[in-house]
Write a protein that binds this ligand. Sequence first.
Ligand SMILES: Nc1ncnc2c1ncn2[C@@H]1O[C@H](COP(=O)(O)OP(=O)(O)OP(=O)(O)O)[C@@H](O)[C@H]1O
Length: 350
Amino acid sequence: MSKQMSESVLEFEDVTIQYSTAKGALTAVSNVSFELGLNEYLGLVGESGCGKSTMAKAIIGALDSNGRVTSGKIRYKGKELQDMTEEEYNEEIRWKEIAWIPQNAMESLDPLQKISTQAVKIGKVHTDFPEDEILDRFRHLFDIVGLPESRITDYPHEFSGGMQQRAIIALALFLRPSLIIADEPTTALDVIMQDQVLKYLDGIKEESETSMVMITHDISLVFETCDKIALMHSGQVVESGGVREVYYEPRHPYTILLQRAFPDHRYPDQELSKIEGHPPETIGEVDYCSFADRCPWAIEECHAQEPPASPVNKQQNKDIAHNVSCVRMDEIRELADLESAAPRGGSGGK
Ligand SMILES: Nc1ncnc2c1ncn2[C@@H]1O[C@H](COP(=O)(O)OP(=O)(O)OP(=O)(O)O)[C@@H](O)[C@H]1O
């Protein structure tokens, strides 16, 4: 992505992450590069098994014990994260710099402790604030995420699923982290709650200078809430760029097909299609396009090399670079007959 942005908060430079398994080294993330600037929201999209959570876990210092960043650098505000020990990470990064909103709030809430007690614990580890000041700040955050301030002393089970998710957002915001990693933050919620939580996530931008990586399999959610998008397939980022441009000018077959597979509330009559097959598990080095076996437009070359991420318009000097890894990127719109199949009109994305 862009090298021209003002301040880099998160940077992946040619990152490969592998898990050691009985079958060999499973490559969950393959040569991924991107940059996220201050106050930017990036949507990381892909089907199950594409490597999204692995990337998130690498950022929050929580890779499974058999997982390792085998090459490349992950930088947070210039500081390399990939070799930090858990102690260093807890001390310097967790909560106060990078916070995590998991898929299911109960994963990070302690069911046996009042929410306020959990906030005080985090506050005491990372700040010098007295307890009443910590609680004051937490009440204010409850207000921001739309929960009654009086309920900070509730136990997690006393909240509905949507309220729990908002409580975890309040906890995530508590130490004013610069970066929030939100893993399917609304998946466990009903539609009304999803809307509310998304509204609050959107509102965070106005409240503070926060960047976010939002992980989801729902491409339309990203078009509604994020500035940038990166599409992953079997560990490879196949297309990345500003949401508006990727929405209107997708250049990778996976993006095009994924876009057709999800309902878009602006085009309720659009017929949905299905992408055949599943993202393959990749063992060892991935030196081919991982989507080739599922791609209706694949040619021999696609199986023989990993296409490099190339800019869509080489001349254009854009704020957000639009990069695509497909040997047929220049002809794909024609091949996919996009003019007849894609949604038209309106001002989509952000
Ligand atoms: N601890 C592990 N050991 C071995 N393989 C793993 C491990 N964790 C994940 N994987 C594999 O790594 C690949 C990427 O998984 P990951 O969970 O990152 O995908 P994902 O896109 O987040 O999927 P989901 O949307 O289902 O959470 C998959 O093939 C998965 O089976």
